[in-house]
Design a protein around this ligand. Structure first.
Ligand SMILES: [Zn+2]
Length: 502
C-alpha cells in the first residue's frame, strides 16, 4: 500500500473519531452546566431546598471518607444483630451490688446466676420492650439527644461513652462488618474509605522502659525525653514477643480486608493509639502501629492518635505524644500521619490548652493531615501555622456533625471558612456515622446548606478527598479516573431531571 493511500485512509478514519470525541465533550460540558444551574437553584431563595439537596448529595459521587472510625461507623441496630448471633445479653437495669450496669453487654451470660441472670435480657427480649430498646439507642449512639428529654451526660461524654457500650460486640466479624460498610458506602456513591479498625497492641509495665517513660514530667528536657524514647524503641525493636504481636495485628487487618476491594471500591486502614493511656502504653501502641504500616504499606496507609482530646491524660501528655510521633516518624519517614488535633472548643479546657495542639501536630509530629482542627483561631501564631499548612500542604478533615455534637461548634463558628480563606485544603468526612447517625452525603448536604459553595467547589471537595488520601500516587490516579467517570454519569443523570417549576 502506498504512503499516500495509508495517509488518506487514516484521515478518513480519524475524522469521525474526532467528531465523536468533540460531541462527547460538548455533551459533558452541557451536563456540567445543567448540574451547576440545578444545584444553584436548590441553594437560591430565602431557604435552601433541603429535601432536593439531600437527593442531590446522596447521588453526588464522593471520592473518599478519610476520617472514619470503624466501630463508630456501625449503627446500634447492627450491633444488636451481632450480640444476638453471639448469644450475649444486655442488662436492663443497673445494680451496683451486682456490679451490673444498664445497657451494657454481658459477654458471658452462661456464667451469670440469680438476680444478675434475671437482669440480663437476650436481644429479642430487649427489642420487645420498646422503652428499653429506645433507651438503649440513646446510650449506644447520639440518637434523640437533642430532640427529647432524658437523663443524659454532657455531649462529649455521651459521644465517647457509646464506644464502651458497643465495644465488646464490635469485633464480631471484621470482614462481614467491612463488607456491610462497603455496601453502605456504595449506596451513597462513596468510592474509598480509610478506616481505623484496631489500635496497635500496647505493652504495659515493661521493666526495661516503662518506669522511665512514665515518670517523665512536664519539665523533662529534650534529652531526657529522647533517652526514654530510645530505650523504649530499642527494647520493642528487639523483643520477639512484640514483633509477634505486630505480625498477628497485621494478619487481623489482612483477614478483615479480604475480598472487600473490587473494581468499584477500595478500603485501607490507619493504625492508631489511644491518647488517654500511660505514656509507655501510648508509645508501644504507636510503635506497633508504625511497624505494621511499614510491613504492609499497601493495606495500612497511615497512623493516627485518637480518643477525647480534653481527657486529663490527653491534655497532660499532649506534647509528649507529639514528640513520640515525631521520633517514630524519623525512624519510619515513609509512614503518613493523620492526627486528631485541636478537637477542642473554648470553655472545654482552659485557654492555654487551645494554643498549641494543631501546631505541634504539624511541626513536631510531622502530620500530613489534621483531624478536626477546630481550635485553630486560638492557636499561637495561627496565621503563620495556616500558611505552613497551605504550603506543605496539610489538609484538615472536617467532621461537621461530630463537631456540632461534641464541641457545640457549627455554622459561622466552625473554622472551615477560616481555613478556606487562608488556602488550607480540607475534606469532608463522617468521623463516627453510627454514633452520629449520619452518613457522608449528609455532611456534604450540611456543608452545602451552611456555606453555599458553588457546584465546582463542591465537586472539588469530592476530588480533594482522593488527592489528600494516603493512597500511593498510581492508585490515586486510578481512583481519580474512576471519579471522573462517576461524575460524568452523575451530571448526565442530573441533566435529565425534571426542572423546577418557575
Ligand atoms: Zn475521629
Amino acid at each position: 500500500m502506498s504512503k499516500q493511500l495509508l495517509l488518506a485512509l487514516s484521515c478518513a478514519l480519524a475524522l469521525p473519531l474526532a467528531n465523536a470525541r468533540d460531541n462527547a465533550a460538548t455533551a459533558a460540558q452541557a451536563n456540567f452546566a445543567a448540574t451547576r444551574s440545578h444545584y444553584a437553584q436548590l441553594l437560591a431563595g430565602p431557604a435552601p431546598k433541603v429535601a432536593e439537596l439531600t437527593l442531590f448529595t446522596n447521588l453526588l459521587p464522593k471520592g473518599a471518607d478519610l476520617h472514619h472510625h470503624y466501630s463508630g461507623a456501625i449503627y446500634a441496630e447492627t450491633y444488636l444483630d451481632w450480640a444476638k448471633a453471639l448469644g450475649w445479653c444486655i442488662y436492663r437495669a443497673s445494680d451496683p451490688a451486682l456490679r451490673i450496669e444498664q445497657f451494657k453487654v454481658e459477654t458471658k451470660p452462661q456464667a451469670l446466676q440469680g438476680a444478675a441472670r434475671d437482669a440480663c435480657l437476650d436481644v429479642d427480649a430487649v427489642r420487645k420492650d420498646n422503652d428499653l430498646y429506645r433507651g438503649l439507642l440513646t446510650r449506644w449512639s447520639d440518637k434523640d439527644y437533642h430532640n427529647h428529654f432524658h437523663h443524659q451526660p454532657p455531649p462529649d461524654k455521651q459521644f465517647f461513652d457509646t464506644f464502651n457500650y458497643f465495644g465488646p460486640v464490635s469485633g464480631y466479624d471484621y470482614n462481614l462488618a467491612l463488607k456491610h460498610l462497603k455496601a453502605r458506602a456504595q449506596a451513597e456513591n462513596v468510592g474509598y474509605i480509610e478506616t481505623m479498625l484496631k489500635g496497635g497492641p500496647g505493652l504495659r509495665d515493661v521493666a526495661a522502659y516503662s518506669p522511665l517513660l512514665d515518670s517523665l514530667g512536664a519539665a523533662a528536657t529534650a534529652d531526657q525525653v529522647d533517652e526514654a524514647l530510645i530505650r523504649a524503641y530499642t527494647y520493642l525493636r528487639n523483643d520477639p514477643a512484640t514483633q509477634q504481636l505486630i505480625k498477628e495485628h497485621v494478619e487481623v487487618h489482612e483477614a478483615a480486608a479480604a475480598g472487600v476491594d473490587d473494581a468499584t471500591f477500595r478500603l485501607r486502614f490507619q493504625g492508631y493509639a489511644s491518647r488517654n493511656s500511660d505514656p509507655s502504653v501510648v508509645f508501644s501502641s504507636l510503635y506497633t502501629s508504625f511497624v505494621a504500616a511499614t510491613l504492609r504499606p499497601q493495606l495500612i496507609v497511615g497512623v493516627n492518635i485518637v480518643g477525647p482530646e480534653n481527657g486529663i491524660v490527653a491534655m497532660r501528655d499532649y506534647s509528649l505524644h507529639m514528640k513520640m510521633l515525631g521520633f517514630l516518624k524519623r525512624q519510619f519517614p515513609q509512614v503518613k500521619l493523620a492526627l486528631h488535633a485541636g478537637e477542642l472548643a473554648l470553655g472545654m479546657v482552659p485557654p492555654e490548652g487551645l494554643r498549641f495542639h494543631i501546631r505541634e501536630a504539624v511541626t513536631v509530629a510531622g502530620a500530613e493531615r489534621i483531624g478536626h482542627g477546630i481550635d485553630i483561631a486560638h492557636e499561637d501564631g495561627a496565621v503563620e501555622l495556616m500558611a505552613a499548612m497551605r504550603q506543605r500542604p496539610v489538609a484538615v478533615e472536617v467532621n461537621l456533625s461530630s463537631n456540632d455534637f461534641i464541641l457545640g461548634v457549627k455554622g459561622e463558628a466552625h473554622p472551615v471558612l477560616l481555613y478556606a480563606r487562608h488556602g488550607v485544603p480540607f475534606v469532608l468526612s463522617t468521623d463516627d456515622a453510627g454514633v452520629s447517625r449520619n452518613n457522608l452525603s449528609h455532611e456534604y448536604m450540611l456543608y452545602a446548606t451552611r456555606y453555599k459553595p458553588d457546584y465546582a467547589a463542591l465537586k472539588r471537595l469530592s476530588y480533594d478527598s482522593l488527592r489528600y488520601s494516603f493512597l500511593p500516587e498510581e492508585v490515586k490516579r486510578d481512583e481519580i479516573a474512576r471519579l471522573d467517570a462517576r461524575f460524568a454519569e452523575f451530571e448526565a443523570r442530573i441533566a435529565r431531571l425534571p426542572r423546577a417549576p418557575r
